[in-house]
Design a protein around this ligand. Structure first.
Ligand code: ATP
Ligand code: MG
Ligand code: FE
Length: 340
């Protein structure tokens, strides 16, 4: 089964071709970061307009790269939620238009299911079941995954997502958007223990998280220093270091507790923060020490992309063919829990 996948939920336009027998044939991505950077965050209307410009040219790129035509495609998978309504509408309208014109079925894909299954595209894919830590720009969740479509939420953030905390910390430190990679990089030259922030909700015995307080701690510390003098590069690095230590401590501790409680020995990390070097280093060390296995998406597939949507569409349709829909209307779901 050859699936064309289209992702447009936020600020990346991603298109990919995934074949159930041959794997990922091609994927192309356009990130709008350069366009939104001037505003310090994603401007929804600009995002929608840019998706319109990119989605068909990217589709042509992947078809050419894979050496196939739209007629060879068996179904079109697209992200219908959650995300920005206007942005979602572009990819979904495009997918449905292609499907309608060529009499092909569409598969509605949940964006988080795409992230969750993205490690299956790596050269070392996990088997089911596993515990997944989904750490992205909009979500921080621990999930028990027994198979495709079998997801049980164990806990999640009660306020900000981990990625959001990285982005807000970056803003306070005057780093550019999106801040995750920048904060991670300067944290490497930070002096350990010059600052120490709390470990929100770490020992409260559940699998929930909270990152809003950590963000405030960063802001308070920065302001305190700024009352004396403007932040130096070393100040910024030291604050970033303390922030990363705290976030990584909480994320890894709770993920490990969830793994222990499940009795599984496979931990999967997905979402943009899964690209974080400090998080990966800590988890790899814990995995060796405690004898479990940790799986990540390939670095370039941690953030949004079409490949994970094509894959998720393919796997869910294989499992439940009723998801292949011939339809003449469509809708998007900007707010859509994965478990309902
Ligand atoms: P969601 O998937 O929840 O709707 P999203 O699609 O915006 O949100 P992703 O694309 O998965 O989220 O990830 C983007 C987030 O990942 C941003 O917050 C970004 O700062 C963060 N991020 C990316 N790389 C890194 C890194 N190396 N270290 C920390 N955070 C990172
Ligand atoms: Mg993005
Ligand atoms: Fe995402």
């Amino acid at each position: 089964m050859l699936i064309l996948g289209i992702e447009s939920s936020c600020d990346e336009t991603g298109v990919a071709l995934y074949d159930s027998a041959r794997g990922l044939l091609a994927h192309a991505l356009h990130s709008q970061i350069d366009m939104h950077v001037a505003y310090g965050g994603v401007v929804p209307e600009l995002a929608s307009r840019d998706h319109i410009r990119r989605v068909l040219p990217l589709t042509d790129v992947v078809l050419a790269e894979a050496g196939v035509t739209l007629n060879d495609v068996d179904a079109i998978a697209c992200t219908v939620g959650p995300g920005l309504a206007g942005a979602l509408l572009v990819g979904t309208a495009c997918a449905n238009a292609i499907a309608f014109a060529l009499n092909k079925p569409v598969i509605d894909v949940h964006h988080l299911e795409g992230h969750l299954l993205s490690p299956l595209l790596s050269s070392n894919p996990p088997e089911f079941p596993f515990i997944a830590l989904l750490v992205s720009g909009g979500h921080t969740q621990l999930m028990r995954v027994d198979g495709v479509g079998q997801y049980q939420l164990l806990g999640e953030t009660l306020d900000d997502a981990a990625g959001e905390a990285f982005d807000k910390t970056a803003k306070v430190l005057g780093l550019s958007y999106p801040g995750g990679p920048a904060v991670s990089k300067i944290a490497e030259s930070g002096v350990p223990n010059r600052f120490k922030f709390g470990r929100p909700m770490m020992h409260n015995g559940d699998f929930d998280f909270s990152f809003a307080g950590l963000k405030t701690a960063v802001l308070t510390q920065a302001k305190k220093l700024q009352m004396i003098a403007p932040l130096t590069d070393q100040d910024k690095a030291d604050i970033a270091h303390a922030f990363v230590e705290s976030a990584v401590d909480v994320l890894t501790y709770k993920a490990f507790k969830a793994l222990q409680a499940s009795g599984f020995n496979r931990l999967v990390i997905a979402g943009g923060v899964g690209a974080n070097a400090q998080l990966r280093a800590r988890l790899n060390a814990m995995a060796i020490k405690h004898g479990f296995k940790v799986f990540y998406p390939e670095l370039h597939l941690c953030t949004d992309n079409g490949a994970m949507i094509a894959l998720a569409g393919c796997l869910s349709a294989q499992q439940d063919p009723s998801l292949l829909k011939h339809q003449d209307t469509f809708t998007v779901r900007p707010r859509w829990p994965l478990y309902s």
